[in-house]
Design a binder for this molecule. Structure first.
Ligand code: SF4
Length: 363
């Protein structure tokens, strides 16, 4: 096992960026324009909660049926957790995030400027042109807020750095059996893409893939995991202890970020094309059929006979798809388990039992 590979924590990445004189961008999911932020001298650090904390400060500003990702993120901001950020970016991934953007802009008005960005629900030429314009507008707003004006060469260099990291993420997900890490440790490595500089992540992934595994792991039951984020992370250890392994990734924080490389001289067109090129995603309004085909392909590729859907409570974009995805998978003989979690809560015991029982049915 490549124990010598140290995966820096979010805190360490933030400290290193601040010590080097760089700024931070606190970025809510999904599909943040990392290249643009880096070109403006900011390290994008994604805000997924953080998990395991009370969201009571944020609850006062939001409807009770808002998902825990938004509630926890707002609480964290109100508690000063994002005070180091030079900007807060809220991409419009769903109605809850749009609502968060409005609450921040109109009521909370935190010290760092709050920027929003609309992600189109398609990947036609029209959608790509729209997003490129959104990114140009965001570039202008970043310039106004920070006084930075990256030229075209700097923007293109940033695009290429991110594309190398995207490729490394894909190789890591493909090469997971070689890496020899346990499920939870593997996902800590994968999820460092959420906050490490692109070049650091690419180097780390390369080292993990190059390190010899200490010993072959016993045969395990292959599974596809779908949803937004594998939280609580302890779920992955439960899955491993039950004898399963994740062989197909349809998570918004990882597998749905396997963007295709782009080409061309215009940086905003490339950023837009890349951001819309990932696998079908609920937060980009993919069709049920496209998502079903993708899940079928992931399951087939690894011989998986089960899909675990990890859903956050009140997450309408994900819940909308579930009945039809489950039905379509069942027609192929692929079983599905849906687990609903709340980011603020520890791993509930009934959920552990259901996951263990599900793995048992796949043997
Ligand atoms: S996609 Fe779901 S979990 Fe994510 S912010 Fe929107 S409602 Fe919340």
């Amino acid at each position: 096992m490549p124990n010598e590979i140290h995966v820096p924590s979010r805190r360490e990445a933030i400290r290193a960026q601040v010590q080097s004189g760089g700024g931070l961008a606190a970025v809510f999911p999904y599909h943040p324009p990392r290249a643009l932020l880096r070109a403006h001298g900011l390290l994008p650090v994604e805000v997924w909660g953080p998990p395991g904390r009370s969201s009571s400060r944020g609850d006062a500003h939001l409807q009770p049926y808002t998902c825990s990702l938004v509630r926890a993120g707002l609480s964290f901001l109100l508690e000063g957790g994002l005070d180091q950020a030079r900007v807060v970016l809220v991409p419009h991934g769903c109605d809850s995030l749009q609502g968060l953007g409005s609450v921040l802009l109109d009521f909370v008005k935190p010290a760092p400027p709050v920027l929003t960005c609309y992600l189109p629900r398609g990947d036609r030429a029209l959608d790509r042109a729209f997003l490129a314009d959104e990114l140009r507008e965001l570039d202008a707003r970043l310039a106004a807020a920070l006084g930075t004006r990256p030229d075209e060469a700097a923007l293109l260099a940033a695009v290429e750095r991110e594309e190398r990291a995207d490729q490394a993420l894909g190789e890591l997900l493909e090469g997971r059996a070689r890496v020899g890490l346990g499920e939870e440790a593997f996902y800590r490595l994968v999820r460092s893409r959420e906050y490490l500089p692109a070049e650091d992540f690419a180097a780390l992934a390369g080292r993990a893939l190059a390190a010899p595994a200490a010993s072959a792991r016993p045969a395990r039951t292959p599974l596809v995991v779908s949803g937004l984020v594998p939280e609580p992370m302890a779920l992955l250890s439960v899955l491993e202890a039950a004898g399963a392994t994740v062989t197909g990734d349809d998570l918004a924080c990882s597998g749905r970020r396997r963007y295709r490389p782009t080409q061309g001289p215009e940086p905003f067109a490339r950023m837009s094309e890349g951001m819309l090129s990932g696998p079908p995603d609920s937060t980009r309004g993919a069709s049920v059929e496209a998502r079903l085909q993708h899940l079928r392909q992931l399951a087939r590729a690894a011989g998986a006979r089960g899909v675990v859907f990890l859903t956050l409570k009140f997450c309408e974009p994900e819940l909308y798809y579930l009945p039809q995805l489950r039905e379509g998978l069942a027609q192929d003989g692929v079983r599905a388990l849906s687990l609903e979690v709340d980011l603020a809560e520890a791993l509930p015991a009934p959920l552990v039992t259901r996951l263990e029982a599900f793995v048992e049915t796949l043997r």
